[in-house]
Design a binder for this molecule. Structure first.
Ligand SMILES: Nc1ncnc2c1ncn2[C@@H]1O[C@H](COP(=O)(O)OP(=O)(O)OP(=O)(O)O)[C@@H](O)[C@H]1O
Length: 592
């Protein structure tokens, strides 16, 4: 089932002027927006397509993009959500789409039952082409030196998976390192940086490294993990000076265009090694832009957890790549399977959710371990106690003006919600925690800059160096109240009025929490009717916890979450699986 029928927002429910026939019916029913209809009509006029059913498919192909799909899977359209609408007969619909002038003229692409707007098909095709091109040759490397470097960096038993990841990345231009939280992905990256540094130095060259992540928050976490990776002082000096940044910053936005970057196929990045962390959050479009900008003779290492929620924008590139290569002999995937950080119980819960084993997940939740707690009712006094304790700790440090302590307190607890609105939403819970706090302290909280207010920045301000997703806290200082945000060289302080768009963050959506972690995470599940409740969402939420996770929700909601998959239509996995590997210098893994 594709997500064609995620209910449109109230603001979306606009009617297209003069929309008649099928498009008009689907528009009035709230399935299509005016924008979907506008695009379908404009493309239809361009190609001379008058068949209403084809225009309907075109409009739906626009609609699915908003739900994260790259294309419309015509056979999987779920008619039950709007059963009274005049759906075309499936066979006739397929034939009409296949025979459409829109397809003949390349405005739309029709492949294996999937209907694409040309741009997205082109991006998939480009990714496939670039991956194939990168796999035709292999990089020069000295295996003996590699073995010596890895023996030094991973000098204890138990690092076989990390070693395997580094060896693959030494041998091939493209490597995909996948694993859940705490499986040692960053540790593998740190080892790889050191080992490749040795390789380049031995050849009298300097290794140029780019370390990137899709969001500023994820880049900051990657930097922190690398800075604290277990390396001896000599090896540490080999990775010093490597700065993690966002993919957008690496590619550099072209000031003359909102969608182009300075680095592209005609102006490639200079780096010899590009490592991308949190790749699950990278959209199809951004991956296409990145792949074309990386030199074909530069190593690319994609790191991430394919079981997490996919990008906000269309595409599920990491999980598609993993599925697409599953049966291929030339797969660049290295899987890290052993968890090294979690308490055993959070790891067990995450595994049960990932594997779809609801009975096992409920058994772990019921076992009574202090690292995995379960509250069936959001009215539980325990939920109030733990959110108020976290808010009070923040308020205490902030009122005393101890900025470092306030920022530490900010990382202690996160209340995560699936929705923004409604009884399980962020807005409701932010207000509720503030009310509880007022009841506890008698502080008036009508002022938005009260000390201890946790703040989430929601837009980029390049002059201030503040990014969407940054989080901080209002603190009392000698100069007055300031919002403290963590920075690479210590806390940064801003007058509250200088920070543009910011929200209160006693509660946060799971989507916005992607790429970050906190010591204790409380996951407030929505009821089983929620359209957002999926296994990927639940897994992403649980795995934000470093030490303790509290799940709030009834058994049936947990079962619903685990049984429902977030599905995105895309052709990448199938097209990748069907590609025949082509190798120019197979077996040539040594020497230049
Ligand atoms: N093979 C190993 N044996 C023992 N400890 C390990 C091993 N690999 C990593 N660790 C330790 O486990 C912890 C987590 O490792 P790391 O940060 O590399 O994981 P990760 O997969 O990048 O985590 P995440 O992406 O979830 O932050 C670190 O403290 C690291 O030193």
């Amino acid at each position: 089932m594709t997500e064609v029928f995620e209910p449109v927002d109230a603001a979306d429910r606009d009617l297209a002027l003069g929309a008649t026939g099928l498009l008009g019916r689907f528009n009035t029913a709230g399935v299509l927006t005016a924008a979907d209809i506008h695009v379908a009509r404009a493309l239809g006029a361009l190609a001379g397509e008058r068949d209403d059913t084809v225009l309907l498919a075109t409009a739906l192909a626009c609609r699915v993009l908003r739900a994260g799909s790259v294309c419309l899977d015509l056979a999987a359209v779920d008619r039950d959500v709007a059963p009274d609408l005049p759906w075309p007969d499936p066979d006739a619909w397929r034939s009409a789409v296949a025979a459409s002038p829109l397809v003949a003229q390349g405005v739309l692409r029709w492949e294996s039952g999937l209907l694409y707007l040309d741009r997205y098909h082109e991006q998939e095709t480009q990714i496939l082409r670039d991956l194939a091109l990168r796999a035709q040759t292999s990089p020069p490397h000295d295996p003996d030196l590699m073995a010596r470097s890895l023996a030094r960096v991973f000098d204890e038993a138990g690092y076989d998976e990390q070693r395997a990841a580094c060896l693959q990345a030494a041998r091939e231009w493209t490597t995909v390192v996948i694993g859940g939280p705490g499986t040692g992905k960053t540790t593998a990256v740190a080892g790889l940086l050191v080992a490749l540094h040795d390789q380049f130095t031995a050849r009298g060259e300097t290794l140029r490294v780019a370390l990137v992540a899709p969001t500023g928050k994820a880049a900051a976490r990657l930097q922190e993990a690398l800075d604290t990776a277990r390396l001896d002082p000599a090896d540490r000096s080999r990775v010093e000076g490597v700065e993690a940044m966002t993919i957008h910053r690496l590619l550099q936005r072209d000031p003359g265009s909102s969608s182009r970057f300075r680095h592209h196929r005609g102006n490639r990045l200079p780096h010899d090694l590009v490592v991308v962390d949190e790749t699950s959050m990278v959209s199809l479009t951004l991956m296409a832009r990145l792949l074309e900008a990386v030199r074909t003779d530069a190593r690319l290492v994609l790191v991430g957890d394919p079981d997490q929620l996919s990008s906000v924008e269309a595409g599920a590139v990491l999980s598609d790549v993993v599925r697409g290569y599953a049966e291929r002999p030339d797969s660049p995937i290295v899987s890290l399977t052993r968890t090294h950080r979690f308490g055993e119980h959070i790891g067990d819960l995450a595994r049960a959710v990932r594997e779809g084993d609801a009975d096992r997940a409920l058994a772990v939740l019921s076992a009574g371990d202090e690292s995995v707690q379960w509250l069936t009712d959001a009215r539980s006094p325990q939920l109030r106690a733990l959110t108020v304790d976290a808010a009070l700790a923040l308020r205490d440090a902030a009122t005393r003006g101890i900025v470092d302590d306030a920022l530490v307190a900010l990382e202690r607890h996160r209340l995560l919600c699936a929705h923004r609105d409604g009884p399980y939403g962020v807005r409701f819970w932010n207000r509720r925690v503030e009310q509880w706090l007022t009841a506890e302290t008698a502080d008036p909280l009508h002022d938005h800059s009260y000390p201890g207010r946790p703040v989430l920045v929601t837009s980029n301000d390049y002059t201030l160096g503040v990014h969407n997703g940054d989080s901080g806290v209002v603190v009392e200082t000698a100069e007055g109240r300031r919002v403290a945000l963590p920075g690479p060289d210590g806390p940064r302080l801003f007058a509250p009025s200088r920070l543009g768009d910011a929200e209160t963050m006693h509660a946060l959506t799971i989507h916005k929490a992607q790429g970050s972690q906190a010591e204790h995470v409380t996951v407030l599940l929505p009821d089983e009717e929620s359209r957002l409740l999926t296994r990927e969402l639940f897994y992403t939420a649980i795995t934000r916890a470093k030490q303790v996770v509290t799940v709030v929700g009834e058994e049936s909601w947990i079962r619903a979450a685990i049984s429902r998959r977030a599905q995105r239509a895309s052709g990448l996995a199938v097209r990748l699986g069907a590609t025949t590997p082509e190798r120019r210098n197979l077996g040539d893994t040594t020497g230049d």
